[in-house]
Design a protein around this ligand. Structure first.
Ligand SMILES: [Cu+2]
Length: 150
């Protein structure tokens, strides 16, 4: 009797899980693509990171955290009145984009475990509220690199 009940509840749980999966694929979801990523060569033991995340899906998402072998302390900053403020997440609007650029929103890497040089690549993993994590290789550019000035 006990065994039968267990099997039955397992079946119910499985059915519920399947229903849940089916449901989420029916509704809209974010479709994210990363471009223009780079890290200016760090001059101290901290570094910034910049990239654009394009969302071609019909559902908004959020960048909730960033991890990297380069630093255990990667945060998201916005710039207000030339001051940096840590934020918990960046919004990625549906059918829109999140742009991280010099003088504005950026990633902040503290207490670097090594000092990457121009030409190196730094691996980071982006974590989202809804979408699966995305791994990005940030090419290290000159310390004063700014693609917006071209
Ligand atoms: Cu910052």
């Amino acid at each position: 009797m006990t065994r039968r009940t267990t099997a039955l509840s397992a079946a119910v749980a499985l059915a519920a899980a399947l229903a849940l999966t089916g449901c989420s694929s029916d509704s809209g979801k974010p479709e994210l693509k990363v471009s223009g990523a780079y890290m200016p060569q760090p001059v101290m033991d901290m570094a910034g990171g910049f990239l654009t995340i394009q969302n071609t899906g019909d559902t908004a998402d959020k960048l909730t955290s960033v991890t990297s072998p380069l630093s255990d302390d990667v945060t998201m900053h916005e710039t207000k009145d030339q001051k940096m403020l840590a934020v918990k997440a960046f919004d990625i609007p549906a059918d829109g984009e999140l742009k991280l650029a010099r003088g504005g929103n950026h990633l902040m890497f503290m207490e670097l475990k090594s000092k990457p040089k121009q030409g190196d690549k730094v691996s980071i993993e982006l974590h989202f509220e809804k979408a699966d994590p995305i791994t990005v290789e940030l090419p290290v550019e000159a310390a004063n690199h700014n693609p917006q000035q071209h």
